[in-house]
Ligand binder design. Structure first.
Ligand code: ZN
Length: 199
């Protein structure tokens, strides 16, 4: 590393901190950026700065958004009243890629995990309950992971929702036990969404 000028070394260090990028790849990327036109390099830098400046959470579903409401919440063609509950924005992206779901979402922002001190008040369960009446939700699909935390979170939410006038189902079949939705392939996810079952 010492043979690199400081400005390249700094960039390599930053890139190497990204997930899945080792030292060698970071060096290759830094060299690539160095060879790019000033305009392309500025655009890359600008996109990173804009991302941090503009990104916020959708006021309704808590997905990542540039605006007050995310693209899915502001899309009139999405089915109203049908809401898929996921742990994180990345899970929403996986389901969207599968193309199996045409309703709207609710991002919990985590799962119940007593070991880590994460209880019901730490994830967006009360916000989901508030939405049932406000957004006239008829059906909720619980699409938390199939690991212990995901299952217990789904069971907890199903229990809370039981007295309310809403149908609750769970995607499960096809998603491997211990599965993180991010890593489940799109075909499996589509099948799991289509063959959801009541709790
Ligand atoms: Zn939204």
């Amino acid at each position: 590393m010492d043979y690199y000028p400081v400005s390249i070394k700094n960039l390599i260090r930053s890139l190497a901190r990204l997930p899945g990028i080792g030292q060698k790849t970071a060096e290759r990327l830094a060299m690539y950026i160095l060879q790019q036109s000033a305009e392309d390099a500025h655009q890359l830098a600008r996109h990173i700065v804009e991302l941090k400046k503009r990104m916020r959470l959708c006021e309704r579903c808590f997905a990542l958004s540039d605006d007050r409401l995310c693209r899915i919440c502001s899309d009139p063609s999405r089915e109203n009243g049908l809401v898929c509950v996921v742990e994180q924005p990345a899970d929403l992206a996986s389901i969207e890629k599968s193309g199996a779901f045409k309703g709207r979402y609710h991002v919990l922002g985590g799962v119940l995990s007593p070991m880590d001190g994460i209880g019901p008040d730490d994830i967006r369960i009360s916000e989901l309950i508030d939405r049932i009446e406000r957004d006239a939700i008829r059906e909720i699909i619980l699409a938390t992971g199939t690991n212990v935390e995901g299952e217990s979170t789904a069971a907890y939410i199903a229990g809370i929702l039981a007295p309310l006038p809403v149908t609750v189902s769970r995607i499960a079949s096809g998603v491997p036990m211990g599965g993180d939705l991010k890593y489940v392939d799109q075909v499996t996810l589509k099948r799991a969404m289509e063959s959801r079952h009541g709790i």
